[in-house]
Ligand binder design. Structure first.
Ligand code: G6Q
Length: 551
């Protein structure tokens, strides 16, 4: 919707915000006993409870109109059918095709891409299964015990998050490691305890030019060659996932070990492609198929469910409600399942790289705020860290809570303790604690009036802090696939309503370009003076402290 802020609907939402902003959710729950039934949705084993949000029927009605006025249905069809909706790069956006289980063709540039996707997936599975079953032999005829994925950003965060989340499915005698940082500590710490004879590398890079990844890949190759000394055997120990087959071949990787990526998959949406090779090696191809199935079912839900029953649409609209009307600048993601400990980091990239944009699809600077700052942590850990600010700080931080009904081992004592926190935190963020409640508590504790008056202000909790909760049966691959896809589509919906392109990342490209230029300046001892005084100062200080010959 062009001129979003000037639209009648936007004014109606702003007026509605003024009417509702003083209402307390505690009162809303008291007045409407059906709030939970009304404002929760279920998809397979996932319950989405959004009743603890500062909304009523009118809010939803208006927000849903935002989706209609932005022609969300039209955009959804454009995405699923391969229209070039990534307008600044003239590309289709087809991560949904990677998990498509249907038989309808998905056309890009006049040809159906499903056969090549499926063919590439079979190749990935063949390699992964041969490593898992110890059929794949290294240069000295030993089986592989360690796999190292070298990649960064989208070629790292998704596979890392998923392999951690599906840890219980991993083989005990096959370790999968991830190296992303160009800081030598990362690769050195990883290789320190590995043997080249039993190590297999995956160089994951769509472009095969990303500095961090290529420097690490070169170090890995040198490490391998320094111990094995046989260039030809590299084919037994190195693979690549890339859309730049030529550069991967130039690096020395055998063509059979190169897996394709396509330009219609964005890095942060690529874990479903061959970029997921490390996942398949870790958890096996059947588990990977379940991950795809879970995502596919959400794709179907997103494409066909009416918006008022469409979980990603509701998630997105609530985000817009807080972001644009309550002026909330952040959003917290709080998984209570330990295996989701990399989920906040993953989501941070997925959301912030997609919707951290300030220019709309027509090239105009927007006059409204777009993507929020996403942050998060395992919920229990966060309770003992930053929940203080969520409960009593001056900022409104809407939060998503994710929790399993069953953990893998399901020791009831642990799990009930965990869930008591999930329910208690969401309840108290919503209800808060009034002066009267605090006073009664302190009277019970035997404090006198003077002591009570002194303590009272600090012990009051304003409440009215929104949370949405995703409860799922257990964190199996299918459910994980569904959860990831819910968030991917939520991000998409917000991008459409904000009229921005969620699928480019010029901000990331800038970093790649700048570092390349300065790298040249670090290659000698000459004084640098091309930059501002701070940048010159830092570079020259670095060069003095670490002259080139003193490597
Ligand atoms: C993701 C971004 C970015 C990218 C990395 C790695 O959507 O484009 O995070 O994934 O910069 O890029 P390569 O895979 O090309 O090395």
């Amino acid at each position: 919707m062009h001129g979003l802020k000037q639209s009648e609907l936007w004014s109606a939402l702003a007026d509605h915000y003024n009417e509702i902003k003083h209402l307390h959710m505690r009162d809303m729950f008291n007045q409407d006993k059906n709030r939970f039934d009304k404002y929760s949705l279920q998809l397979n084993d996932i319950l989405y409870d959004y009743s603890k949000n500062r909304i009523n029927d009118q809010t939803l009605k208006l927000l849903l109109r935002l989706a209609d006025e932005a022609d969300l249905s039209g955009w959804i069809e454009k995405m699923f059918t391969g229209a070039p909706i990534n307008n600044t790069e003239h590309r289709a956006v087809l991560h949904t095709a990677l998990r498509d289980q249907g038989d309808q063709p998905v056309m890009v540039d006049g040809h159906d891409i499903l056969p090549e996707i499926r063919q590439e997936r079979e190749r990935v599975k063949l390699l992964a299964e041969s490593i898992r079953t110890r059929k794949w032999r290294g240069a000295t005829n030993q089986a592989i015990t360690d796999v190292v994925n070298i990649g960064i950003g989208g070629s790292h965060l998704g596979p890392l998050m998923v392999t951690e989340a599906l840890r219980p499915h991993a083989l005990h005698d096959l370790n999968v490691h991830f190296v992303s940082n160009v800081d030598e500590n990362h690769i050195n710490d990883t290789l320190e305890f590995l043997k080249p004879e039993t190590t297999f590398f995956i160089i994951s890079s769509k472009t095969f030019t990303t500095q961090d990844t290529m420097v690490n890949a070169e170090t890995a190759r040198q490490w391998y060659l320094s111990k094995i000394g046989d260039d030809k055997s590299i084919g037994r120990h190195f693979s690549a996932v890339t859309s730049n087959v030529k550069l991967a071949k130039d690096f020395g990787i055998a063509e059979d070990n190169i897996f394709k990526m396509w330009d219609w998959i964005g890095g942060r949406y690529s874990l479903w492609s061959a970029i997921g090779l490390s996942i398949v090696i870790s958890v096996g191809s059947e588990t990977f198929d379940e991950l795809l199935q879970g995502a596919y079912e959400v794709d179907q839900h997103f494409r066909h469910a009416p918006f008022e029953k469409n979980i990603p649409v509701i998630m997105a609209l609530l985000g817009i409600w807080y972001n644009n009307f309550f002026d909330a600048q952040t959003m917290a993601v709080l998984p209570y399942d330990q295996h989701l400990h990399r989920f906040p980091g993953y989501l941070q990239q997925a959301d912030m790289e997609s919707n951290g944009k300030s220019v709309d699809r027509q090239g105009e600077v927007v006059d409204y705020t777009t993507g929020p700052v996403i942050f998060g942590e395992i919920g229990i850990a966060a309770q003992h860290a930053f929940f203080q600010l969520l409960h009593q700080g001056t900022k409104l931080v809407p939060a998503d809570i994710l929790a399993p009904i069953y953990s893998y081992h399901c020791i009831a004592r642990h799990h009930r303790a965990l869930m008591s926190n999930v329910f208690a935190q969401a309840e108290s963020l919503m209800r808060g604690k009034t002066k009267a409640e605090v006073r009664a508590e302190l009277v019970d504790q035997g404090l006198d009036d003077a002591q009570i008056e002194k303590l009272l202000p600090y012990r009051v909790f304003p409440g009215n802090r929104p949370t949405s909760t995703l409860l799922f049966d257990t964190l199996n691959a299918k459910t994980l696939g569904s959860i990831i896809a819910l968030y991917e589509h939520k991000i998409f919906v917000q991008g459409i309503i904000w009229n921005i392109n969620s699928f480019d990342q010029w901000g990331v490209e800038l970093g790649k370009q700048l570092a390349k230029n300065i790298l040249n300046e670090l290659n000698d001892n000459a004084t640098v003076n091309k930059h501002d005084s701070s940048t010159n100062g830092q570079i020259n200080y670095y060069k003095q402290r670490r002259p080139k010959n003193n490597s």
